[in-house]
Design a protein around this ligand. Sequence first.
Ligand SMILES: [Zn+2]
Length: 189
Amino acid sequence: MVVTVPAGQVAAGQLPQICPRHGEQPIEMKKLRLISKPPSWAPLLIILGGIVYVIVVTAMRKTVQAPAWPWCEQCKAKRSRNLGIGLGVLALGLLLLVIGAAIGSDSGAMLLLAGFFVALAGLIVALRANPQVITSAFVSRDGQFVEIAQADQRFAQALQHAARPAVPQQPYPQQPYPQSQYPQQQARY
Ligand SMILES: [Zn+2]
């Protein structure tokens, strides 16, 4: 489910103590830098050159600094898994490139080609270890909200609950009479 949180609330670190993505108890409150996705037409700018794309996308990007984002065991596990697999496959790809270059000839060229794609796949998996990818949270284009694309039901409920006004506290601890006298007074009036 998609859950939208005001950017100010995220920036103030006022989120429920529950992982937005997995609904679990957080093991830490992580400092994250959340950004918006580039506009859907942005890739067309690559025709004008990579630098134009980078300049326009950077200029349009909205950023929200989250000082305390709930980060659970599953988030941590997913990050280390993606990083471990990604870097492992990347290393394998680079090894194939080195061997391919050393062999030369046709089979070497085949290895170079394979190495390139293996390294690329490894890089993509490693990039998915980025905390923002794991949270599935992106800043809206206008910068007003943080949208969690794959939010957990429990987080959504905790968020709703926190938004309700607090129940006024009972004045019980401040009562001026000792406990034993209280029932008698109640009986008298
Ligand atoms: Zn999590």
